[in-house]
Design a protein around this ligand. Structure first.
Ligand SMILES: CC(C)(COP(=O)(O)OP(=O)(O)OC[C@H]1O[C@@H](n2cnc3c(N)ncnc32)[C@H](O)[C@@H]1OP(=O)(O)O)[C@@H](O)C(=O)NCCC(=O)NCCS
Length: 143
C-alpha cells in the first residue's frame, strides 16, 4: 500500500469512495475545487494500482490543519489505511500543532477511529450537515 498525492486520474475512484462512504453528497467539481485550493492536502492510498482511500485537508493558518474528508473503501477498512493517510498527511505538515475536524455525532465508527488517533471531542454543532444532523468538533493537539 502506498500513500501519495492525489492526481487528476484518481478523480473517478475517489468520487466513488466518497459517494459510497460519506453521507454528504460531494460533487466532482467540489472535489476538484478542494484539490485546486490545497493540492498538497489531498492524498490517496493506493493498493495494487487501485485507490482504496483518500484524505482531504486544508491549512488554517500556519499551525492548524482541518480535515475535510477521510474515507476508506468499505472492503479495505480496519487494515490501517485510515491511520496511514492521517500519519502521512501530518508528516507533510510538521509545523501543525492542532488538527480539527467535524464528524457526524452518530458516526460511531469514525468517532472511535479518531479517538484512537488521539482526537478529543471539543464541541457540538447543531444543524451542521445539509440533512440537519449534528456534528462533533474533534481536535488533536500535537505539541
Ligand atoms: C473512519 C475510517 C476512515 C477509518 O478507516 P480505516 O482504514 O478502517 O481505519 P484503520 O484501519 O486505520 O483503524 C485504526 C484504528 O481505529 C479504530 N477503528 C477504526 N474503525 C473502527 C470501527 N469501525 N470501530 C471501532 N474502532 C475503529 C481501531 O482502533 C483501529 O485499529 P484496529 O483495527 O487495530 O483495532 C473508515 O471507517 C471510513 O471510511 N468510514 C466511512 C467514512 C467516514 O465516516 N469518514 C469520516 C468522516 S469525518
Amino acid at each position: 500500500m502506498a500513500i501519495r498525492n492525489f492526481e487528476y486520474e484518481d478523480l473517478e475512484e475517489v468520487a466513488k469512495i466518497a459517494d459510497e462512504s460519506l453521507q454528504e453528497n460531494y460533487s466532482i467539481d467540489f472535489l476538484l475545487y478542494l484539490w485546486q485550493i490545497n493540492p498538497e492536502g489531498f492524498m490517496v492510498a493506493e493498493r495494487d494500482g487501485k485507490v482504496v482511500g483518500f484524505i482531504v485537508s486544508i491549512k488554517e493558518g500556519k499551525e492548524k490543519l482541518r480535515i475535510l474528508m477521510l474515507a476508506v473503501d468499505k472492503k479495505f477498512r480496519r487494515k490501517g489505511i485510515g491511520k496511514s493517510l492521517l500519519r502521512e498527511l501530518l508528516i507533510k505538515y510538521p509545523e501543525t500543532r492542532k488538527v480539527v475536524l467535524e464528524v457526524r455525532s452518530d458516526n460511531k465508527e469514525a468517532i472511535n477511529f479518531y479517538k484512537k488517533q488521539k482526537f478529543k471531542i471539543k464541541g457540538k454543532i447543531e444543524d451542521f450537515y445539509t440533512d440537519g444532523s449534528t456534528a462533533y468538533l474533534m481536535e488533536r493537539v500535537l505539541f
